[in-house]
Design a binder for this molecule. Structure first.
Ligand code: NAP
Length: 314
């Protein structure tokens, strides 16, 4: 296999990775991006985005992903459609990246591998995705203004998103499988004292039901009283955590939830390795925050590469 030596490799082609690629290439770095599927990442799951800055009319996630990708390529980013086998740092501080398209040696790598959101696995969940079942309150909540919405989960995300939804409707029910929230106390308190939110502990989802076009009801299990019942809902928001994709970098520092720890320049505990978007420990996971992460990481990587090469020439 031939060895290639671009300036930076970006792993993952969602909003964070494509933004990092665009900024890196525009700054004059030879930039290669690897994406196993189509560029866009989670953007491709978003039907309509109303909150991406600069668009006065809603834009589909697919269209925005396509714009990100075309813009990156216009600045000279080379996109590889394939996987990365391994990522190792050699004694000179360079990364050796073994991919389906060959072996690359680079001074800096930006990891934008994202996180795989957890699904309930309940019947009806897949069938009604985009028809009432959602994993993003900011994206989809406004479509259910004034409607009856069920939130599933007990962590910070479920509580934060339930509070967001409580501004849109006074008919929010949050269920959690345990007898108390896992979320930070302040968030949990705000949920439990919110007049628009009804909290039900010791509850799980049996099945999400609908008329084929939209969610109409949910079958719930109340484990405290060992009973099942069905209740009408227009939407189900699932926030039961996600699993960041960090397999390529087993030695990097992670937080308690398994996300990569970064500083404000997106630097990880490994010099030359930057992490952006949903794979890192960020308080707000949005397309716009991912894109911003990418810009910051590209800028920081550029400075890091200058320093590394400067040192090598001394
Ligand atoms: P999380 O902390 O992992 O919480 C996931 C919740 O879902 C837990 O309550 C868990 O229940 C429940 N759950 C997991 N699998 C389930 C299943 N199959 N069925 C029903 N319930 C299930 O995830 P997160 O809330 O997305 O937070 C992820 C990270 O982002 C955390 O570090 C969090 O602090 C951070 N975050 C911070 C903020 C903020 O600071 N404002 C906002 C959002 C996220 P158990 O409790 O029983 O395990």
């Amino acid at each position: 296999m031939s060895e290639k030596q671009p300036d930076v490799i970006i792993i993952g082609g969602g909003a964070a990775g494509l933004s990092a690629a665009q900024y890196a290439a525009r700054a004059g770095l030879e930039t290669h991006l690897f994406e196993e599927m189509a560029p866009g990442g989670l953007l491709l799951n978003i039907d309509i985005l109303e909150n991406y800055p600069g668009y006065d009319k809603p834009i589909s996630g697919f269209e925005l992903a396509d714009n990100f990708s075309k813009q990156a390529e216009q600045f000279g980013v080379v996109i590889h459609y394939g996987g990365i086998e391994s990522l190792k740092r050699n004694d000179e501080g360079y990364f050796v990246v073994t991919s389906d398209d060959g072996i690359f040696t680079v001074p800096a790598v930006i990891l934008a591998t994202g996180a795989k959101r957890r699904e309930l696995g309940a019947p009806g969940e897949i069938e009604y995705q985009g028809k009432g079942v959602s994993y993003c309150a900011t994206c989809d909540g406004p479509f259910f203004k004034g409607k009856r919405m069920l939130v599933v989960g007990g962590g910070d995300s479920a509580c934060t998103e339930a509070l967001f939804l409580s501004k849109l409707s006074d008919q929010i029910v949050i269920i959690h499988r345990k007898d108390r929230f896992r979320a930070q106390r302040s968030l949990a308190n705000n949920v439990e004292h919110n007049k628009n939110i009804e909290t039900r502990f010791m509850h799980t989802v049996n099945e999400i039901k609908g008329d084929g076009k939209k969610v109409t009801s949910v079958s719930l299990h109340d484990s405290a009283n060992n009973r099942d019942y069905e209740e009408a809902f227009d939407a189900v928001f699932v926030f039961i955590g996600s699993d960041p994709r960090v397999d390529l970098v087993p030695d990097v520092e992670l937080d308690d939830a398994g996300y990569i720890v970064t500083d404000e320049l997106m630097r990880t505990s490994i010099p030359g390795l930057f992490a952006v978007g949903d794979v890192r420990n960020t308080p707000f996971r949005q397309v716009v925050t991912s894109a911003a992460d990418g810009a910051v990481a590209a800028h920081a990587a550029n400075e890091y590469i200058d320093e590394l090469r400067g040192q090598a020439y001394v």
